[in-house]
Unconditional design. Structure first.
Lengths: 326, 298
């Protein structure tokens, strides 16, 4: 692959034109290979949408708009997905409400409070949360955490019984495996990603803004609310949305601790179900329309997470561009 | 202000007093508490897995076969089919996803530049990291398993789909750190772009790329959902990764977790400890590689 001899000395190196046509075959092949690998991402995403929708088609055609009703009874061939959509939204919401303050706290701690040599070990520890596999969280959740939580739930339920709103949220029936348990475990699982994304955003706040705030006599907290927050608001929203997407799609831990009962209720401590969990638990024994319905839940889940991720990445990317000043 | 007053009244440069100071301290304390609150479940889960798993794990547990029925205690048979399955499926997925991911990153950084296609691919690859793992399982089920049946290969496809965008992202970040002067120096010597990329840019970034790939492998090794509908769950070892149903550590933990039998739960804890050990070792190796081989860092 000697190329030097072919270069026309009259054409400056790096210019387009005559040189383009003379690039050796190996060079072009490598470029095409790299392009192919990049295109693979788009191909896979399109294939996911096409093939899973195809498999789910019998569900859509059999049920029509009834897919968004509350009736889920495979034995009677009723496949309404509303309870699962509700469960997905509720558990993800619980997870976000718990995870976001924690993640922001840790991100601020890392960027604004502790010195650099302490930040590194803290990052390692938070990342460990992400290394523990989902199924291990689920195993621990169902065998250790849920039985322990059951006592706490029971105490809370008896404490709030009779109080109007609280009773509807935290009252009986209670179960160790419930919406709230799933939400708690999901919160722990999404904390590392929300933390690291918020940290990246917060790290882009110009030092001069922060020093300016300090020079005006601000305390650290006043500096955070006055200089850091206005600058990183958008990026943090993106990070939170990405966490929401993760919480919606997280499967195995939820499948083990959510209680496996398709219900729509205001009781957070009641057993429930969500979309990924029902797919994981029931796909094995499903066939016919039942399988198509579970496949359809997967399609809905795919659509929801793609929409959330596109919005979130858009926000994060716009933020990054602003940072570069382009 | 006159010089006399400046002498007599020193400006107050100390920490603000009263409510402002209290608020600042409370907020700092809350940040530390947030970190401690996250430590508690981590410590709790690691402690439980080690305490319950260590008593189950033995040489026989790791290498014995087949996996016994759930009613039997944990000292019968062993987890070898699952250990073997996890190793072969993850390895196959790595072989598929890592080279493709690195090539994709090379396209994005070396060839794509600022054109719209590279921007779209980079964006969609980030979006793809958010596709739930269970959806990947359904995808491989409908595109592969329905036509060719359950196999370790199908599971490896699903894991590779999950790993691909992670590898692209981490490799891309590393390639971006390689200074342009290196590329320009090699072009000046007359090398082609492919040659510059393969012999100059990649070696310069290899530490970070390997470490990112190892983290992706660690994540894939612990995934359960994509394997449930692609490899099935069997109880005997299947060394042929390309055909026939297989099993893996995560699948075994999942199927044992909900069982009331102590033997099944013990097997679950033992498998969990094995899996966590594999993931942690991969992560530690990744950190060592980063520390030892990264030439350029942020």
């Amino acid at each position: 692959m000697s190329t030097i001899t072919r270069v026309d000395p009259a054409v400056p190196a790096g210019s387009t034109g005559p040189l383009e046509h003379r690039r050796p075959l190996g060079d072009r092949a490598f470029q095409i290979l790299a392009l192919g690998a990049g295109l693979l991402v788009l191909v896979i995403l399109v294939l996911i949408a096409v093939t899973t929708s195809q498999q789910a088609a019998p569900w859509f055609s059999a049920e029509g708009w009834k897919i968004f009703t509350y009736n889920w009874n495979p034995a009677a061939n009723q496949f309404g997905a509303l309870a699962f959509i509700f469960g997905t939204a509720l558990t993800a919401l619980i997870a976000i409400v718990i995870a976001v303050p924690l993640s922001l706290g840790i991100a601020l701690l890392l960027t604004e409070v502790v010195p650099y040599r302490w930040a590194r070990p803290i990052v390692y520890v938070v990342d460990l949360l992400a290394v523990v596999p989902s199924v291990v969280w689920g195993l621990w959740g169902i065998l250790v955490f849920a039985p322990w939580l059951q006592h706490i739930y029971t105490d809370i339920a008896s404490g709030v019984s009779g109080i109007p709103v609280l009773d509807a949220l935290f009252g009986q029936p209670v179960s160790g495996a419930s919406f709230f348990t799933a939400g708690l475990i999901l919160a722990v699982m999404i904390t590392p990603i929300v933390t690291s994304l918020s940290r990246e955003v917060i790290a882009t706040v110009p030092t001069i803004d922060k020093e300016g705030a300090y020079a005006l006599g601000a305390t650290r907290w006043e500096m955070i609310t006055g200089a850091v927050w206005p600058h990183s608001q958008g990026g943090v929203v993106g990070a939170v949305l990405l966490g929401l997407g993760r919480a919606m799609g997280e499967t195995i831990a939820a499948a083990l601790v959510i209680g496996s009962s398709p219900t729509i209720t205001s009781h957070l401590f009641a057993p429930g179900y969500n979309m990924p969990a029902v797919i994981a638990n029931q796909f094995g024994e499903a066939s016919g329309t039942f399988r198509a319905a579970l496949m359809g839940l997967g399609v809905l889940l795919f659509i929801f997470t793609i929409i959330i991720n596109v919005i979130a990445r858009g926000i994060v990317e716009r933020n990054a561009r602003r940072k570069r000043g382009a | 202000m006159a010089a006399v007053t400046a002498e007599t009244r020193q400006p107050d440069l100390g920490e603000p007093k009263g409510w402002r100071r209290t608020k600042n301290r409370v907020m700092t304390a809350l940040m530390i508490i947030a970190f401690v609150l996250v430590l508690i479940p981590l410590g709790f889960v690691l402690f439980t897995v080690i305490a319950k798993g260590a008593s189950v794990i033995s040489w026989q547990f790791l290498t014995g076969s087949p996996i016994p029925p759930i009613v039997l205690p944990a000292d019968v048979g062993g987890m070898w089919p699952a250990v073997l399955g996890t190793i072969e499926i993850t390895a196959l997925a790595t072989v598929m996803a890592v080279p493709l991911g690195i090539l994709g990153a090379i396209y994005l950084n070396e060839y794509g530049g600022r054109n719209w296609l590279a921007a779209l691919i980079g964006f969609m690859s980030d979006v793809m990291t958010g596709v739930p793992s269970v959806v990947m399982g359904l995808f491989i089920f409908s595109i592969w398993v329905l036509h060719f049946g359950f196999s370790g290969l199908a599971g490896a496809f699903a894991l590779a789909c999950l790993m691909l965008p992670i590898v692209i992202r981490s490799s891309y970040e590393m390639l971006r750190l390689v200074p342009d002067s290196l590329r320009e120096g090699s072009y000046a010597l007359g090398a082609t772009k492919a040659r510059v990329t393969a012999t100059v840019v990649l070696p310069a970034a290899i530490g970070g790329i390997v470490s990112g790939a190892l983290l992706a492998v660690a994540r894939a090794a612990g995934e359960t959902a994509p394997l449930l509908f692609t490899i099935l769950t069997v109880t005997t070892a299947n060394p042929n990764v390309f055909s026939g149903a297989n099993t893996s550590l995560p699948s075994q933990i999942f199927s044992n977790a909900n069982q009331p039998y102590p033997g099944a739960q013990d097997r679950g804890w033992g498998a969990a400890l094995t899996l966590i050990a594999i993931c942690f070792i991969l992560m530690i190796v990744a950190r060592l590689v980063t520390a030892r081989f990264s030439r350029y860092s942020r």
